[in-house]
Write a protein that binds this ligand. Structure first.
Ligand SMILES: [Zn+2]
Length: 361
């Protein structure tokens, strides 16, 4: 009970610390390891209200994203909060050194549709850990019941990976698929083919929101196929089997007729170089991150177009050599972008396997 009181104090302090006044808008910048649950608990707001306020559909939370805290949350009394595993003394130390939410054991309220596997995936823990920590007799769970969860406690049993890519992109499948759902800034051409590895979905969303942030007038981007729900071979593609490939259209100065329902060829006249380049660079820059882009396929002719426009923007030849094959020939292997016939109307981005996932090839 004392621990709980102390935690309330920590939470009240952190709420005060991050808001100048109770009526001012509050924001939280997502830190590595934050979960929506953590954030909602620390500001004493409802998880659903937080989701709604920020238009969040899933549980993926990009680090650095600024979340607005629902305005009435300060008035609400903090709901029952996380239970810390740390002894009183440590919690006290933590309180003085930082006003961040306490990390440790959290209480997760089961909602319908949850499985032990999906909960384990959200918190990077294992089903075994959830079972033993909560003294469960079976893996059956019920909406409304609460579970104790220790984030990051995986490794004691079989690890659940949300959107797991299994095998190779041209001979593979997808487990526990993540899905790119409709959202701002893009149009999904074939909803049954928007299943992917979790990191594929995350990278695409981040790239699109970066374009939206920097190019206010950019139109919706055409999103082509990722993979089928369970992966495997789908028509019109050799790859796209394991949730790590995605086809994306380009941005245009004036949205062409039929776009984004269909892809449209990029030409010197219609291509919106700036928005397209921002999109492309978001993927190029993700190359150094775990699960970032591995290869991007664009036809050599379209690469030439991009190159010429990039040079007009004074982007250096050295920089461009790392991005585009042009003008070094379509066999050149120094750039992340590679020639692939037919890719005049879209770019195909392939993401690498996430670390620690031995099944992904
Ligand atoms: Zn493709």
């Amino acid at each position: 009970m004392k621990v709980r009181l102390l935690l309330c104090l920590v939470i009240c302090l952190s709420t005060l610390g991050s808001a100048h006044s109770a009526r001012a808008k509050q924001f939280h910048v997502v830190d590595a390891g934050d979960t929506l649950w953590d954030i909602s608990r620390s500001y004493g707001c409802e998880l659903d209200a937080l989701r709604e306020q920020n238009g969040l559909k899933g549980d993926a939370l990009p680090v650095g994203r600024r979340l607005q805290i629902p305005s009435d949350s300060a008035a609400k009394k903090p709901t029952r909060v996380a239970i810390a595993t740390e002894p009183k003394k440590r919690a006290k130390e933590k309180m003085s050194e930082s006003t961040r939410p306490v990390k440790g054991l959290v209480v997760y309220k089961i909602t319908s549709g949850d499985t032990l596997g999906s909960i384990a995936g959200l918190y990077d823990t294992s089903v075994d850990d959830l079972v033993s920590r909560n003294g469960l007799g079976s893996t059956a769970i019920y909406a409304g019941k609460k579970l104790k969860v220790l984030p990051g406690a995986g490794g004691t049993g079989k690890r659940f990976i949300l959107g797991q890519s299994v095998g190779a992109t041209n001979r593979g499948r997808l487990r526990n698929a993540s899905r790119l759902k409709a959202g701002p800034g893009y149009f999904i051409r074939r909803p049954k083919r928007t299943y992917g590895a979790e990191h594929t979905i995350r990278n695409v969303k981040r790239a699109v929101s970066e374009v939206r942030r920097r190019h206010k007038r950019a139109h919706s981007l055409a999103v082509g196929d990722i993979s089928a729900k369970r992966g495997g071979k789908i028509s019109m593609h050799a790859s796209h089997q394991s949730g790590r490939d995605i086809d994306l259209g380009f941005y245009f100065v004036k949205r062409p007729v039929g776009y984004p329902r269909s892809f449209v060829d990029a030409t010197a006249k219609n291509l919106d170089f700036d928005a397209t380049w921002t999109l492309l660079m978001s993927f190029v820059d993700s190359q150094s991150m775990p699960g970032g882009a591995e290869q991007i396929f664009i036809s050599y002719e379209t690469q030439k177009l991009l190159y010429k426009k990039a040079r007009k923007r004074r982007i250096s030849k050295a920089r461009l050599a790392k991005v585009l094959q042009y003008p070094h020939g379509r066999g050149s292997r120094k750039a992340i972008v590679r020639h692939e016939p037919g890719h005049n109307e879209h770019m195909h981005v392939r993401f690498s396997c996430p670390p620690k996932d031995g099944k992904c090839k």
